[in-house]
Structure formats: structure tokens, C-alpha cells
Design a protein around this ligand. Structure first.
Ligand SMILES: Nc1ncnc2c1ncn2[C@@H]1O[C@H](COP(=O)(O)OP(=O)(O)OP(=O)(O)O)[C@@H](O)[C@H]1O
Ligand SMILES: [Mg+2]
Length: 507
């Protein structure tokens, strides 16, 4: 390996009731692109926070360029050249691009007055360094796309002389093209000797970008491997200790009703989607896929009353329904697990259990108006068990959970409503590859019990493995409907979708 830049040795860390890390080592070379992978709750973010001086390890050492850090000061890590980009990016939405990029440097410099010329100059240089000089310095960050925000976060890291940039699940909310762009930035940083530690549950990305992979399981290091010595199946096996195989979902046509559970007729919305019609029967898992920007998220938001259509009608069990806001939708038994779940209003300081049952509290009211807390706890615990949410105690605050486990709480919260139609926009975003199967199994069980499911996913393979019927979208239109998913392959679907996107089909 190249010269060592950072070395973490024998790191252990416990939280109340949980040993998050147990004697873990991690070594990153100068300019190396290294991936850290492991299942939800295996300790990745905890290790990163220890390297960043946010958490103090119970034992172990962190050495950067041969110098040992004292281990509990974020500023010390930053000064040694380590920069962390968290999933929420920690930007200030109402400040401009220039201000966001230069803010840390401004704080560090300790000057009494802000030197606006310097602020702009610093920001301009940082953007130029990664080939992004076209982004306007005066734009407010809240107006930027997720991918652009990420570029701002990287630029900010560069203003502080970063030699290692750590990205904790940086790609879960950006499109395939944006991921490619991010990867080219990472490769350019590498040429300048800047290393990247990359955390992602998308194994295809891990294979594409990394030189070496450190795998952890249940807080212990399993091993470190050159990427070239692994393939997908072997990596999954090392990570989970299991071999994972998917069976296609078979729809039982006996469940078919005369009038479909849900029917959408000629939905249109200017600039978003045109003439969308489809139906959903109980027991069906209907997949919708297409590149991001194909209009699929906008359509399901319309069904859920978040983004009303300009025209078109909707029926449930043959009767027309009017849905103008999410409350109407929930009343009709429609639930939506949104794509953007980071901002999905989990109540951070409240318990895991309360967050799960919050939408169905009225079910636990006793006659005299008091809550039956025993019943409420039992229901919450059922979901914790069913979704395998990793916690020693459902009474702990939800922010004690790992990222992927918080995602499961959001999923549980919607499942607890027991909807008739459940729309899942990216059901397994942020979920590790082993647990994906658990969640897919739950979705299948719900369908078999008569729920109608709409599943949107970027991953064509996920749609193919779990849906009996598939709609392919491009530029706001349904370009093909596949009645039996077993008759097609992911290559065929990918070709149709990308072919339509480049053929210039107009919305
Ligand atoms: N502040 C905290 N208080 C209590 N427990 C915590 C805290 N932070 C993390 N944990 C626990 O430590 C373990 C490791 O969590 P961590 O966030 O490091 O996992 P992760 O590998 O990043 O998972 P994911 O892929 O879901 O993001 C989990 O069991 C988690 O619940
Ligand atoms: Mg994490």
C-alpha cells in the first residue's frame, strides 16, 4: 500500500447496553479510496465519529501522519486534515454558496469582521479546484439540488486543507449520473493526494470506486481486502455470513377483484407527467421504475395528495375518490413511504416505540380517555421485532439508532397504520443488503394478506425480484407495461428505460 495517512487501532466503544465497536482497526493510505462496509448498526458511523473526534473511544488510538490524536476534539482531527461529510451535509440552507464554503475558515480565522472579498475568493478557489466554478457563489444553498449541496460540502472540506474526506452514505439521495460525477471528483482528489473513505450500502458503487474494502460485522472487523480480490457474492457472504438468493414474487390471481383496489385514470400534471393510467389489485406488488426525473415520484405524491394532479380521476374499489391532501389519503387507507426520509420528521428525542405508534395513538385510547400504554408498548415492540430494529430497548431515544435502523422506524410507522394501498418510494434506501431481504419478505407477506403495494425503485433488479407487474417510465410517461415480471430480464428493462431517455421522447 501507499504511505499510511491514517491509522485507527484497537478502537472500542460502548453505548448504554450496546458494544458498538470492539477492537476495530482501520488503515488508510495517502490518496487511497477506501470503503467501509457492514450491515445497519455494525458500527460504521460510530467509527467515523471517533476518527472525527465527535465521540471519544473507550480504548484504542488514532494516528494521523504518524502523530497520535488526543481523541476527543473535533478541531484536532480537522487540523490534521480529516474532514467528514455527514449524510445531512450540515450546511446552512439560508446562507449563500460562498458563505457556506467559507464558513469554517471564517470561524477558524477569528477575525472580528467578515472579509467578504476573502469569503468569495476562498469559495471560488475551492469550487475551481474540483472543476465546479460554474456554480453561482450568490445562490442560496436551499435552492440547490442534493448533488450540488454535496459539492458545496466537499468544497468546504477543501478550504480546510483536507487530506482525507470521509463520506458517510453520501450517495443515497442522488441520481446515477450525479454519482458518476461525484466519483470523478473523488478520482481527481486522489490525483492530488487526497484520500476518501466512502460508506455505502450500494455494493455496485463500492466495487466501482474503491481500492480496498474494510468490512465490519457487529462492531468487529472481519477483514480488509483489495477490491480486486472480491466479487459481489463473496463480499455479501463475508459481510452477512449468509448467501442471499431472491425468489420472484408470484401474484395469486384469485385475489383479483372486479373493480381494482386503486385505479388512476388519465392523470396529467404540467411539466411533470402526462396521461398516466394504471390499476392495482389487492395482493399485487406493482413496480414503477425509470431514471430519476422520469416523473415517478411526482405521480405517487399526487396519489397521496401532496402534489395534486391538474386533471384525471382516481377510484378505489370502483368508487371515485378525491384526494387533495395527505389526510384525505390516509383516511382512504393510502400510505406513502417517501423517498426523502432524512427529513421525515422522526421525533429525535422521543423513544423508538413512541415514534412507531405516534400515528395510531388513538387506537390505544381507553374508554376514559387514557392511553393504554401496555398495549401501545406491545404494538411498538412487535414492529421492532418484525423489522429487526437493532436496539437493546424500545424506550431509548430514536436518535440512538444507526441510520438504517432509523429508516426502519419510519417504515414501521407507516406500516402500523395498516393501509390498504401502500406506496413505497425507494423501500430499501439506506438499508444494508442482508436486511433488504427481510424488508422484501415483509412487503410480500403484506401483499399476500391483501394489501396493494406500489414499489418505486432506482434499482431495476429490486423491482424485478419483488414485483409481479412493472410500469416503465420515461420523461413523464408510461412507456411500457410488463404484465408478468417473470417474462423479462433486468438487462431488457434497463435497455428500454435508457433507450427511451436518449431517444428524446417528449413529455
Ligand atoms: N448516540 C448513541 N447512543 C446509543 N447507541 C448508539 C449511539 N450511536 C450509535 N449507537 C449504537 O451503536 C451501534 C452502531 O451504530 P452505527 O450508527 O455506528 O451503525 P452503522 O454501521 O453506521 O449503521 P447504518 O448502516 O444503519 O448507518 C448501533 O447499535 C447503534 O444503535
Ligand atoms: Mg451509519
Amino acid at each position: 500500500m501507499s504511505e499510511v495517512f491514517l491509522e485507527a487501532k484497537h478502537i472500542s466503544k460502548s453505548f448504554v447496553g450496546v458494544k458498538a465497536l470492539d477492537d476495530v482497526d482501520l488503515t488508510i493510505g495517502r490518496g487511497e479510496i477506501h470503503c467501509l462496509i457492514g450491515e445497519n448498526g455494525s458500527g460504521k458511523s460510530t467509527l467515523i465519529k471517533i476518527i472525527g473526534g465527535v465521540h471519544k473511544a473507550d480504548s484504542g488510538t488514532i494516528t494521523v501522519e504518524g502523530k497520535q490524536l488526543s481523541g476527543s476534539q473535533a478541531i484536532e482531527s480537522i487540523r490534521s486534515g480529516v474532514q467528514i461529510i455527514y449524510q445531512d451535509l450540515s450546511l446552512f440552507p439560508n446562507l449563500t454558496v460562498a458563505e457556506n464554503i467559507s464558513v469554517n475558515q471564517m470561524l477558524e480565522s477569528n477575525q472580528q469582521t467578515v472579509q467578504w472579498k476573502e469569503v468569495r475568493e476562498t469559495a471560488r478557489k475551492a469550487l475551481e479546484e474540483i472543476g465546479e466554478a460554474h456554480i453561482s457563489l450568490d445562490e442560496r444553498v436551499e435552492n440547490l439540488s442534493m448533488a450540488k449541496k454535496q459539492i458545496i460540502a466537499i468544497s468546504r472540506a477543501l478550504t480546510q486543507n483536507a487530506k482525507l474526506i470521509i463520506m458517510d452514505e453520501a450517495t443515497s439521495a442522488i441520481t446515477k449520473e450525479e454519482v458518476d460525477h461525484l466519483f470523478s471528483i473523488i478520482q481527481n482528489l486522489k490525483k492530488k493526494g487526497i484520500a476518501t473513505l466512502f460508506v455505502s450500502h450500494k455494493l455496485s458503487e463500492v466495487f466501482e470506486i474503491s481500492e480496498n474494502i474494510t468490512i465490519i460485522r457487529d462492531g468487529k472487523k472481519v477483514g480488509v481486502y483489495p477490491t480486486s480480490e472480491l466479487d459481489h457474492d463473496r463480499l455479501v457472504y463475508i459481510m452477512t455470513g449468509r448467501k442471499l438468493e431472491a425468489e420472484p414474487y408470484v401474484y395469486d390471481t384469485k385475489m383479483k377483484q372486479k373493480s381494482p383496489l386503486l385505479e388512476v385514470k388519465s392523470f396529467s400534471k404540467e411539466l411533470q407527467y402526462q396521461d398516466i393510467s394504471f390499476s392495482l389489485q389487492p395482493g399485487e406488488i406493482l413496480g414503477i421504475t425509470g431514471l430519476i426525473g422520469s416523473g415517478r415520484t411526482e405521480i405517487v405524491q399526487s396519489i397521496f395528495g401532496l402534489n395534486p394532479a391538474d386533471s384525471g380521476t382516481m377510484y378505489m374499489n370502483g368508487e371515485e375518490v378525491k384526494i387533495s391532501n395527505p389526510r384525505d389519503a390516509i383516511r382512504h387507507g393510502i400510505a406513502l413511504l417517501p423517498e426523502d426520509r432524512l427529513n421525515q420528521g422522526l421525533f429525535d428525542a422521543q423513544s423508538i416505540g413512541d415514534n412507531i405508534v405516534i400515528t395510531i395513538l388513538k387506537n390505544f385510547l381507553k374508554k376514559i380517555g387514557l392511553l393504554d400504554t401496555t398495549k401501545q408498548k406491545r404494538s411498538a415492540n412487535d414492529w421492532i421485532e418484525r423489522l429487526k430494529i437493532k436496539t437493546p430497548d424500545g424506550n431509548l431515544p430514536v436518535n440512538s439508532l444507526s441510520g438504517g435502523n432509523q429508516q426502519r422506524v419510519v417504515l414501521a410507522k407507516w406500516l402500523a397504520i395498516n393501509p390498504k394501498v401502500f406506496i413505497l418510494d425507494g423501500p430499501t434506501i439506506g438499508i444494508d443488503i442482508g436486511s433488504k431481504h427481510t424488508i422484501h419478505d415483509i412487503i410480500r407477506d403484506l401483499a399476500r394478506e391483501g394489501m396493494g403495494i406500489i414499489m418505486i425503485s432506482d434499482e431495476i433488479q429490486e423491482v424485478l425480484d419483488n414485483c409481479n407487474r412493472i410500469l416503465l417510465m420515461s420523461k413523464g410517461r408510461i412507456i411500457k407495461e410488463i404484465d408478468d415480471a417473470r417474462t423479462t430480464t433486468s438487462e431488457e428493462l434497463y435497455e428500454i428505460v435508457t433507450g427511451a431517455a436518449s431517444a428524446g421522447v417528449e413529455a
